[in-house]
Design a protein around this ligand. Structure first.
Ligand code: ZN
Length: 319
């Protein structure tokens, strides 16, 4: 894994995976490549380019192996992919992903509905994946994270016990993952809950083993939750350009937190992301052209940057 000594917060773009998998339209491969290249050129350091699921289930993701190969040719970019199971992990590693992550739903009903697997079965699969990774020469081993989805609540079960999330984080670490992330898949999280859960999980698995959260903006609390995560010392935040994906249950609500708004907040606060905000704002046009009629979200792109905006802790200081 590359170290990021020159930035404070890693913004991990997940639009090509989380955003695209939530919409009906299929984005042409050339447009996906242009999107990834343009975000990397704007300074984005990590992009989840797709998911290694069977194309029959998600035709939008059928070209993920090709995208991984393409994205690897971009210097300095960490190429991430989602894998639902062992077979997906094998394919991702064969394609050359630098980093893979496997979702484990805190809600067992959700896990059965989405992955058709119980918690025990998913943990078994994680063990097989870590054994496979360890059998590879060191230079070919990808980073491997377990992501606890529906960690803040589930559309089937409702509230998810915090003790369950903590237990699953421990079991994922025992099964050999490099780290654990928490995902607000359903947009149920609030800042107080997020702070509590981050502390509980870190107390169980160690601070360094929970470094990232994945937030949605379904109920408008996305950036409030991101700020709560920053206050807890979280250093990786997932987001999606234009909040692509929306939410099928909440018309008008964006999907993931919006990359443009997140980067504006971080940049304005003086936190270094390595991203050129002006350049990032131009990338949106690629989505508009390739996905006509698809809703794009975000306040900063519509309002523009404040007059005289210079970034880097702008607004701070005398005068
Ligand atoms: Zn998501």
């Amino acid at each position: 894994m590359q170290e990021h000594d020159d930035i404070d917060i890693l913004v991990s773009e997940v639009g090509p995976r989380d955003g695209l998998q939530s919409i009906k339209a299929i984005m042409p491969l050339a447009a996906k490549k242009a999107w990834i290249a343009a975000e990397a050129a704007a300074g984005v350091r990590e992009i989840e380019v797709g998911s290694f699921v069977p194309p029959k289930l998600l035709p939008q993701m059928a070209d993920t192996a090709e995208l991984v190969a393409y994205a690897r040719s971009i210097p300095g970019l960490v190429v991430a992919a989602l894998v639902p199971n062992y077979r997906g992990a094998e394919n991702a590693i064969r394609a050359g992903a630098h980093k893979i992550s496997l979702p484990l739903s805190a809600s067992e009903s959700h896990s059965k509905a989405n992955l058709r697997r119980t918690h025990d079965q998913v943990i078994d699969e994680v063990r097989q994946i870590t054994a496979f990774i360890r059998s590879l020469p060191e230079a070919e081993r990808p980073g491997f994270d377990g992501n606890i989805s529906t960690a803040f609540g589930c559309t089937i079960e409702g509230a998810v016990p915090e003790a369950k999330v903590v237990e699953l984080a421990r079991r994922l670490m025992e099964a050999g993952v490099d780290g654990v992330g928490l995902s607000d898949t359903t947009g149920y999280a609030n800042p107080a809950q997020l702070r509590r859960l981050v502390r509980l999980v870190r107390a169980e698995i160690g601070t360094e083993n929970l470094s990232g959260v994945h937030l949605h903006n379904t109920r408008g609390l996305g950036l409030a939750n991101a700020l709560a995560a920053l206050d807890e010392g979280i250093t990786t935040l997932d987001s999606s350009l234009g909040g692509l994906g929306g939410c099928p249950y909440a018309p008008g609500a964006s999907g993931n937190i919006v990359t443009e708004d997140l980067v504006f907040m971080l940049d304005a606060m003086g936190l270094r992301t390595g991203i050129d905000l002006d350049r990032l704002l131009t990338v949106r046009q690629i989505l508009r052209d390739a996905l006509p009629g698809e809703a794009l979200y975000g306040f900063t792109p519509d309002a523009g940057l404040p007059k005289g905006y210079a970034g880097g802790g702008w607004g701070v200081g005398p005068g």
